[in-house]
Each structure stands twice: as C-alpha cells, then as structure tokens.
Design a protein around this ligand. Structure first.
Ligand SMILES: C[S@@+](CC[C@H](N)C(=O)[O-])C[C@H]1O[C@@H](n2cnc3c(N)ncnc32)[C@H](O)[C@@H]1O
Length: 271
C-alpha cells in the first residue's frame, strides 16, 4: 500500500462519498482520518487510494467497511466515572423537577454511555418518566447498542467504573450473564431509542433537558465542532444541560451561550 495519501486525493474521496452516500467526513480532523483511511486500505486490500475510492463507490458493502474503519468506537460503561457522579449528584436532583425527562446521547457508539445514564435514572426511580435518545452514524455500533450485550470479560471494569461514579449498589443488578456475555436489563433497553443521526449532516430534533456528547468532537475540525454543538444547543430546553466530558473544549464562539456547571467534567447549562 502506498502510504503517501495526498491531501487532494483525500478531499476527492470524501467529496465523492458525500455525494453518493450523504456521509460527511469532509471536515473531520485530518491526522486521525489519514490513519484510518490507511487502515481501510489495508483492510480492504486496496492498492491505492484511487482503488479504495473505486471500491467504495461501486459497492455499499465496501462503503460500510469504510465507515466501520473511519469511526473510532471505543467506549466504556461509566467511562470517566466523575462525569457520571456530577450527573447523579448535582444534575439529577434538578432534572427530577420536570414532569418528564428527555436525554440525548449523541455519538453513543455501542451504547455503554446510554446504558450508564439509564442505570443512574433507574436508581433514582426516574427512568419511568424518562426517554433516552442515543444516536450515532455507525450502523454496526447501533446494532450492538440495541442488543445491549457486551463481553463478560469487560464486566469487572464496568463494575469498577460504576463504583467510582458513586453508584448506589452494584452494577450487577442491572445486567444478567448469558454465556460469555453480559446483557443489560430489558427495563433499561426499553427506555433507550437508538437511532441514526449525524452531527455533521442532520439537524436538531426534539427538546431535551440534557444532552451528552463525549469523545466525538475531538474527531472534528473546528467548524464542524461548532456545527455539531449548534445542533446540540438547538435541541436543548432553556437552561438545559450539555455534557462534553473532560477531553473536549467548548469553542470560544459558543461560550457566551452557555454557563459552566462543572469545570472539570465540562457540564454546561444552556442560556
Ligand atoms: C469514541 S466514540 C464515543 C462513544 C461514547 N460517547 C463515549 O464517550 O464513550 C465516538 C463515536 O462518534 C461517532 N461519530 C462519528 N462521527 C459522527 C457524527 N458525524 N455524528 C454522530 N456520531 C458520530 C462514531 O461512530 C463513534 O461511535
């Protein structure tokens, strides 16, 4: 594989992908995208970028494989536990005053983040009044998320994170072990609607009391970060909560529209 990927050729690839499939990678951060395109070439056996482009434009399966390789889908249950502790101890008491609670997890990957919120809401006896929307662009991730099934080998780390997030009992009571998998409780799954939504091409939907978008914006260039955050902003009720997590920054131009709620975990309030 020729590892020298010319900027112009990458641009052409993503223009054509956008026109053909309406998936928009044009404004993703270039460094990681380059590594991923390279991985996609290796994975598909393409001998050049032109070869990869031809494969992807000719076949939807090849395109799915490309999306699969371009998206970084690492996630974890109660990932960065302090973030969830802030939600549990400081935000939830305020959200509980709403007659119904709508929560949006944008870039939910294989579902761990959405299930983590569902667990917290269940333990606060609020899940019945709640609807969680969890969205992503990766069909493979959404499929796994809907199944709510994860390798048993990961459960020790899940339990550990749960404890660090100031969990009230044990995570074990929210899943069952089936063979070599843990399967999240159906009562949690029923409250989460997993669906396809792109922060790069789709618009705001619904009115949410809180939205969480973590480890997604880091893959975007600044203008796309602003676009995505504007979509999130437009989906929040006045004084709604926006969580970005400790690895993301709210771009300067958006800061006047939010007030900081948790500096370290980057929870903000809209308006
Ligand atoms: C690293 S995962 C983050 C998962 C979870 N939020 C977490 O923090 O553990 C990033 C996810 O963003 C998704 N993603 C990438 N581009 C997106 C877009 N334009 N709109 C929505 N999700 C996107 C990827 O498919 C991937 O599942």
């Amino acid at each position: 594989v020729n590892v020298l990927l010319l900027e112009q050729d990458l641009t052409t690839l993503f223009e054509e992908v956008y026109l053909r499939y309406h998936y928009d990678f044009r404004a993703y951060a270039r460094a990681s995208l380059r590594r991923r395109v390279h991985a996609a070439m290796v994975r598909s056996g393409a001998r050049s970028l032109a070869d990869l482009r031809a494969q992807v434009l000719a076949s939807e399966d090849a395109f799915s494989l490309l999306v699969d390789t371009l998206t970084v889908r690492v996630s974890d249950m109660f990932r960065d536990p302090e973030y969830f502790a802030v939600f549990r101890t400081r935000i939830l008491p305020r959200l509980s005053t709403y007659p119904s609670i709508r929560l949006w997890i944008a870039g939910c990957s294989s579902g761990e983040e959405a299930y983590s919120f569902a667990v917290i809401l269940a333990e606060a006896q609020l899940l019945q009044r709640c609807q969680i929307y969890a969205t992503d662009i990766s069909p493979a991730a959404l499929e796994q998320a809907r199944e709510g099934s994860y390798p048993l080998a990961r459960s020790a780390a899940f339990d550990e994170n749960y404890k660090k997030s100031e969990g009230l009992s044990t995570l074990r009571q929210h899943y069952s072990v089936v063979g070599q998998s843990v399967v999240m409780d159906p009562s949690l799954r029923r409250k989460i609607l997993f669906s396809d939504h792109s922060l790069a091409t789709d618009h705001a939907f619904g009115e949410f009391q809180a939205a969480s978008c973590r480890n997604v914006l880091i893959y975007f260039q600044r203008p796309l970060q602003v676009r995505a955050l504007t979509v999130l902003e437009q989906s929040l009720v006045h004084r709604g909560y926006l969580g970005l997590g400790s690895r993301e920054l709210l771009p300067m131009e958006l800061q006047p529209r939010f007030t900081e709620f948790s500096r370290t975990e980057r929870w903000y309030r809209y308006g």
